[in-house]
Design a protein around this ligand. Sequence first.
Ligand code: ZN
Length: 476
Amino acid sequence: MVKILLPTPLRPYAGGAASVEVSGSTVAEALAGLVAQHDGLRRHLFDEAGRLRSFVNVYKNEEDVRYLEKDATPVAEGDALSIVPSIAGGSTAAPPEVAALSNDEIRRYSRHLIMPEVGLEGQRKLKAARVLAIGTGGLGSPLSLYLAAAGVGTLGLVDFDVVDDSNLQRQVLFGTRDVGRPKLQAAAERLKDLNPNVDVVRFEERLTSENALAIFRDFDIVADGTDNFPTRYLVNDACVLTGKPNVYASIFRFEGQASVFWAQKGPCYRCLYTEPPPAGLVPSCAEGGVLGILPGLLGVLQATEVVKLILGTGEPLIGRLLLVDALGMRFRELKLRKNPDCVVCGPNPTVTKLIDYEAFCGVTPEAPAAGIPEISVEELKDLRDRGAAFVLVDVREPHEIAISSFPESVKIPLGTLAQNVNRLSTADEIVVHCKTGGRSARAVQFLREAGFKKVRNLAGGINRWAELIDPSMPKY
Ligand code: ZN
């Protein structure tokens, strides 16, 4: 027997049942079995010619059968088929159930309740809504704070990090006393204090191709607050495969982007960016920095879009890319089109299940260091203490050198190394360093290709030196 899960609008035609057990070995046979049991469903699911209506999607477990073998998709004992009709009118992503409000909640949300655009009905939709925030960092902090304050009933959080000193410049969900604590533990406490009515669901794990579909299943809207390309493509593809809207934002230094990717109603992230940039080309916030306020600005935009989707009101950012330039304080908008050749949301998708996103994005953490000779901070200390003859090269930027540096180092920013290579001699023993060892590994690779044989990378960079050798040196 196969279980068919019915959405709320269709249950009245099946005697109020949320699920029906049928027999059949394909999707077509199972659906035929369903309408044989409940004839009232027939006209809602099939047109006059007996074809499945175009706005009715059928999922086998987590997979849309259009991407399997359509009607002919085999089903077996234990499989669950979900019938997912597109939602009529507006762009609401809230479940049709509405929750009742207590008198305490009515007092708490009174500024919403007196707005005609929200009102009692809208506040109930917010309470019934289930929103999943990927990441509780710079974007996830304001996002989850405002969604909790607004009365979103179920807030899922995915993060596995620990609060670090350097997070507090922008991650306003956390305080100084939280440094060293798991982020989700601190986040849940703060959000519960802000609004005890919110059910905070914690996923203290890295989002992966293995767990994403199962985590997404119980939520209506996903908000992507990640800072890396593998997770961003994973979130996009999982949203497309499960039919969920992906409320997206990204940030870098003074610039941000926001949009709502919802494949059923517009383009997805892959329609915009088919492929990720080559690894290392676009620096992360950890490497390139970010104005602490910027994720606040973008995270609040995300929260606004989430609330609009729940209420089914206003004009969502579907098919539009909002570009924020905080330095010029300018907001621009680009029109996004659905790419007919999109590999995940197009009519002939080649990505029909989650893939290996680390490999797709060319992120192989060990690769840059492989084969690159290294020196530890302890060995460097020994060389310096002995007064050994060697040249120390610092490939960081001037604003970083202003924070910490070795007085004797030759300072050549990585981007200018090719022009300045004549300042170094292949005869010398050379040690290259940067902040944490990534850029200097690339510099060592470049120098070795240029004929330098006696060149080594300082493992862990100057930050590890500050940590293990010289505690008086600032770490950044
Ligand atoms: Zn697409």
